[in-house]
Design a binder for this molecule. Structure first.
Ligand code: NAI
Length: 463
């Protein structure tokens, strides 16, 4: 038997590709080495972290913010093991959903490690046996794995990766987080809310540096208010285990600092998974950072072998992988699949959340645009004030000549949901005037974005 497509890896990229291929009439198989489908995102990434962020946010709200509403939460306590059980239940529920979709679409699922022999043959190592599968095409969707620091080996007890930090059985007294990006700020927030003293070390001059400074500066201040301490422009140089945990030596603007904690979480980025795949053996070309090289059809240098998601370049985001999956499979089927890389939303699920699409003000200027910008603070938004979550702002960056929106940045409660409107606006190449003239329900947080459009046009109403 020969498959039309075999997908290696069942993360959001891989399983979406398999479903799409089956729906387009291809005889499809998917190979996954882990027991549970869903990849990093479902098993140790996006979903478990959001489960813990939701739980810890409720606790934090009850402890610090209920009082203003007249609610007394005296005697409040937290049981981390119940929190972890709920998180594991969320993963199981969503994994069952993927199993169901794989079966429903008649996709053959092989449990084991896929090794590419050539463009039409894959060997699946299932532990007790090895199976050879024949196929017309292969799609590599093997994702990424945590990168580390050369002088600090993960041990899962004191030196943690994100995989470990979503599975602690109690809140540590103290934790140093190396890296002030998405994982550092999200998991740092989880443990800080649960009572851990968190120190974030970031080598750059600001946290979440892919976002506009207009949102990262207030974000950092708000996280500081929640108890997180930041050490910017700081690079860790060495580490030493102690009886109490770990001692790190770092350099900060020519000074040496020492930090000690019970645990350290390393969150300095991820690297593509290309080991034990057969990719190098059959000379699939990798770029200088180890990502698989692809053309406009997501095809590698070897005809018939394709790659999508974290294993290729670009943002390591589940939604980017999903969109590539659909487009790549559509191209295989002779359709005109596309990914608009200019409108990929970015979100960090801190409290408040930070979300963005398109260019920051600085990036737009660097690209030579003459820009108009407008900022609207949620302090002047009725819904935000009524809900007692009025921190944050919405910022629009537009082309001064054409009024076309180039980028949007939001720091607010539910920014992850609010950004969708900006993504759609940019997908339709909309202008700030389009947004300003679009009716938004009152009172809603989404009015804040509309107000930012008014500000950008120089016609503020509520400022
Ligand atoms: P990241 O790239 O988001 O952040 C890493 C941070 O560590 C950067 O700010 C970087 O400047 C800093 N850094 C690097 N080396 C350092 C060092 N030696 N000392 C101090 N700081 C250092 O990577 P992160 O947070 O590990 O996340 C990995 C990937 O997963 C990212 O691509 C991210 O987009 C994705 N992710 C996305 C999430 C989301 O969309 N909400 C959540 C979690 C992860």
């Amino acid at each position: 038997m020969e498959f039309d497509l075999i997908v290696i890896g069942a993360g959001p990229g891989g399983y979406t590709a398999a479903i799409k291929a089956a729906q387009l009439g291809m005889k499809t198989a998917i190979i996954e080495k882990k027991k549970s489908l869903g990849g990093t995102c479902l098993n140790v990434g996006c979903i478990p972290s959001k489960a813990l962020l939701s739980s810890s946010e409720l606790y934090h709200q009850a402890k610090h913010n209920f009082e203003v509403h007249g609610i007394n939460a005296e005697g409040l306590s937290v049981d981390v093991s119940t929190m972890m059980k709920r998180k594991d239940g969320v993963i199981r529920k969503m994994a069952r959903g993927i199993d169901y979709l794989i079966k429903k679409n008649n996709i053959e699922h092989f449990s084991g490690t896929g090794y590419i022999i050539n463009s039409s043959e894959i060997e699946v190592d299932q532990g007790t046996q090895k199976k050879r599968l024949k196929t017309k095409r292969i799609l590599i969707a093997t994702g990424s794995n945590v990168s580390g620091l050369p002088f600090l080996d993960y041990d899962g007890k004191t030196v943690l990766s994100s995989d470990h930090a979503i599975a602690l059985d109690q809140a540590p007294d103290s934790m140093i987080v190396i890296g002030g990006g998405a994982i550092g700020l999200e998991l740092g927030s989880v443990w800080a809310r649960l009572g851990t003293k968190v120190d974030v070390i970031e080598s750059l001059p600001r946290v979440a540096a892919i976002f506009d400074e207009a949102v990262t500066q207030p974000l950092q201040k708000l996280l500081q208010k929640q108890g997180i301490k930041f050490h910017l422009n700081t690079s860790v140089e060495s580490a030493e285990k102690t009886t109490a945990g770990i001692k790190l030596t770092a350099s900060k603007e020519n000074n040496k600092i020492e930090l000690e904690a019970e645990k350290v979480l390393i969150a300095v980025g991820r690297k593509p998974n290309t080991d034990n795949l057969g990719a190098t053996e059959i000379q699939i070309e990798l770029d200088e950072r180890g990502h698989i090289g692809i053309d406009a059809d997501w095809q590698t240098n070897i005809p018939g072998i394709y790659a999508i998601g974290d294993v290729v370049g670009g943002p390591m985001l589940a939604h980017k992988a999903e969109q590539e999956a659909i487009a790549a499979v559509e191209r295989m089927a002779g359709k005109a699949g596309q990914v608009n890389y200019n409108t990929i939303p970015w979100v960090i699920y801190t409290s408040p959340e930070v979300a963005a699409v398109g260019l920051t003000e600085l990036e737009a200027k660097d690209k030579g645009f003459e820009v108009s910008t407008g900022i609207f603070p949620f302090q002047a938004n009725g819904r935000a004030v009524a809900g007692a979550h009025s921190e944050g702002l919405a910022k629009i960056i537009s082309n001064k000549k054409t009024d076309r929106v180039l980028g949007v940045q939001i720091l607010s409660a539910n920014a992850s949901e609010l950004i969708a409107e900006a993504v759609l606006l940019m997908e339709f190449e909309g202008s700030t005037e389009d947004l300003a003239r679009t009716i938004h329900a009152h009172p809603t947080m989404s009015e804040g974005l509309r107000e930012a459009a008014h500000v950008t046009l120089g016609e503020p109403l509520h400022l």
